[in-house]
Write a protein that binds this ligand. Structure first.
Ligand code: HOZ
Length: 419
């Protein structure tokens, strides 16, 4: 870490990895297989970070490794179209019916920046509505009241983002439909898009209240604005069809990342054909990338989606997350520690807070000190949760019942010691 800090700011290539909010030193990972990661000191950890959700079928899954290896042997990048990109596009469209056309990029950040540009280009309007505590990558216009690393560092925004870049960003509380309606009333013909994490997972996990997403859908219809679901975390993870498939609300555009790259750098945005046709070279909204549709990432994505198409995958993920959530909740209850837990498909999140947790204001009332103690207590026993109370926990298809028992046993010891 000392050497890393000399040459990389904070020693890390993404801030939340630095253990800044929980204290201690980040683990340097040397290898991983299945549900376990190994650090450079040869400590093994049961992994609930799973590359921040990018790994859904377990680390180094043989089918993914084979696919990447054979793609690499054919050439790592051509800067020209390949058949595999078409196959992956068709596959995503099959999983997520609201996506009629898709464009692959290299990260979730890029996907969101491009989707917002598209919404603005297609509507000829500038303003966008986002929600406090939702995180949509580190593009300038969305770094207002953001979750994830911005929340972890406890800063309201970030230096280097000019005021002009966020002037057209309207920030409202998550789950507050009245606030969204008021924003529309105030700027009725100026709002290009509403962008939302349909299940918020960058301020811990906060589910939408019944009617919230439906309300966004109908306000966007009324005011001809584009509804963008940021499914970078929830896509292919909370259900086969993502949060939109699970909750039954259809956006105009969606953004993806993480799972569809199988652990390689990928993002994508897609949606209604009439909107997507505005993208260059068909239309006048420009977006490009040397490594977009990269053969290795595409091969990994295809292998993962194939695995996810097998029967029972999502039921198993759902059961695993639920079992562990219920186990943790009952331990907290027995210990008299206020805790609120939520789960969906392969993701769960908990707050040391009696609940309900509906928005970022509630999230901030959660007990961060308790999270820190819990995090280190678990880490000491070889269970690796996110080094931040503002992130969620990820289950993969290879987390076993025995892994869960081990996790719950470790948690029992942490609660017993006192939180
Ligand atoms: N933005 C990621 C969490 N939602 C963190 C990425 C990382 O640190 O690797």
């Amino acid at each position: 870490m000392r050497r890393a800090r000399e040459v990389i700011p904070g020693g890390v290539n993404s801030p939340v990895r630095a253990f800044g909010s929980v204290g201690g030193t980040a683990r340097f990972i040397k290898s991983a297989t299945g549900a376990r990661i190994r650090d450079v000191d040869d400590n093994r950890y049961l992994d609930y970070v799973a590359s921040w959700g990018a790994v859904l079928v377990g680390h180094a899954h043989p089918r993914v490794v084979d696919a990447v290896r054979s793609a690499a042997a054919r050439g790592t990048s051509f800067g020209a179209p390949t058949e595999a990109e078409v196959l992956l596009a068709e596959r995503v469209i099959e999983f997520v019916p609201s996506v009629e056309m898709i464009r692959f990029v290299n990260s979730g950040t890029e996907a969101v920046m491009s989707a917002v540009r598209l919404a603005r280009g297609a509507t000829g309007r500038d303003k966008i509505i986002k929600f406090e505590g939702c995180y949509h990558g580190h593009g300038d216009s969305l770094l207002a009241a953001a979750g994830s690393g911005v929340a972890t560092l406890g800063i309201p925004g970030t230096r280097g983002v000019p005021e002009a870049a966020v002037r057209d960003t309207i920030v409202v509380p998550y789950n507050d439909l009245d606030a969204v309606e008021n924003a529309f009333l105030q700027h009725s013909d100026g709002i290009a898009a509403v962008i939302v994490e349909p299940i918020a997972a960058n301020m811990g996990m906060v589910s939408p209240r019944p009617g919230f997403l439906e309300g966004l859908r109908s306000l966007c219809d009324t005011y001809d604005a584009v509804l963008i679901f940021d499914e970078v975390i929830t896509g292919f993870r909370v259900a086969r069809g993502g949060a939109q498939g699970r909750l039954g609300v259809v956006p105009d555009l969606s953004t993806f990342g993480k799972v569809i790259g199988g652990g390689l750098p990928v993002g994508a945005y897609g949606g209604r054909r009439d909107l997507m046709r505005h993208i260059a070279p068909e239309g006048e909204v420009f977006q490009a990338g040397t490594l977009s549709g990269n053969p290795l990432a595409t091969a990994a994505g295809l292998a993962v989606l194939e695995l996810l198409d097998e029967d029972g995958v999502y039921d198993a993920l759902e059961q695993r997350s639920r079992r562990i959530s219920e186990g943790l909740q009952s331990q907290a209850d027995a210990a008299g520690v206020p805790m609120t837990i939520d789960s969906a498909g392969g993701v769960f999140g908990f707050f040391f807070h009696p609940g309900p947790v509906r928005n970022y204001e509630d999230v901030q009332k959660a007990d961060g000190k308790r999270y820190e103690t819990f995090f280190h207590g678990m880490l000491d026993q070889g269970v690796y949760f996110a080094p931040s109370a503002f992130e969620v926990a990820f289950v993969t298809t290879v987390h076993s019942l025995a892994d869960e028992d081990e996790t719950l046993e470790a948690a029992r010891r942490v609660f017993r010691k006192g939180l």
